[in-house]
Design a binder for this molecule. Structure first.
Ligand code: ZN
Length: 175
């Protein structure tokens, strides 16, 4: 059984903390597994394509991601203690965040990234990609470091177009 957790918004101090590393022996704990289930349920209900634990007021290094596309291998994934293995290129795109409701803006990020971490069984995983997937990975890792896209956004504005509303589901619209 999964439960919806409240998504906290900009101004809440937990969003500004550097989240704590998860101890590998904590992963098998039923409460931790419950946290993962609740994160997925909360992300899908929002609706969002990514969610980091600090967004539900849990200061731990874990995020969920699911681009909800069927053609590519873009989730669902849960990544615990993520680490960049590769960063390459630069691209600017429109981004929004579930914790900054109603607003979007342009942000420059790496075009391609590879991220390693642990899955919900404590096994090592590595995710690599570009486009929306890469930007979403970076957006979620930023949350674990107490950063929000509005910290270095250009042209922050209220979402009005369809594309801008899509960007509110975390991360960015496709260029
Ligand atoms: Zn966000």
């Amino acid at each position: 059984m999964a439960y919806l957790r409240e998504i906290i918004t900009d101004g809440h101090p937990t969003l500004r903390k550097v989240a704590k590393k998860v101890k590998p022996d904590e992963i098998a704990d039923p409460l931790f597994q419950q946290l993962i289930d609740d994160m997925f349920a909360t992300m899908y209900a929002a609706p969002g394509i990514g969610l980091a634990a600090p967004q539900i007021n849990v200061s731990k290094r874990i995020f969920t991601i699911d681009l909800q596309d069927e053609e590519d291998d873009h989730g669902p994934f849960v990544v615990i203690n993520p680490k960049y293995e590769l960063t390459d290129g630069e691209i600017e795109s429109t981004e929004g965040c579930l914790s900054v409701p109603g607003y979007v803006g342009e942000i420059t990020r790496f075009e391609r990234v590879a991220v390693s971490g642990l899955d919900r069984e404590g096994k090592r995983i590595r995710l690599e990609g570009d486009g929306l997937f890469a930007r979403c990975l970076q957006h979620e890792i930023d949350h674990l470091n107490g950063l929000l896209y509005i910290d270095r956004v250009k042209n922050l504005r209220e979402a009005t177009t369809e594309d801008e509303h899509e960007a509110l589901e975390e991360a960015s619209t496709l260029p």
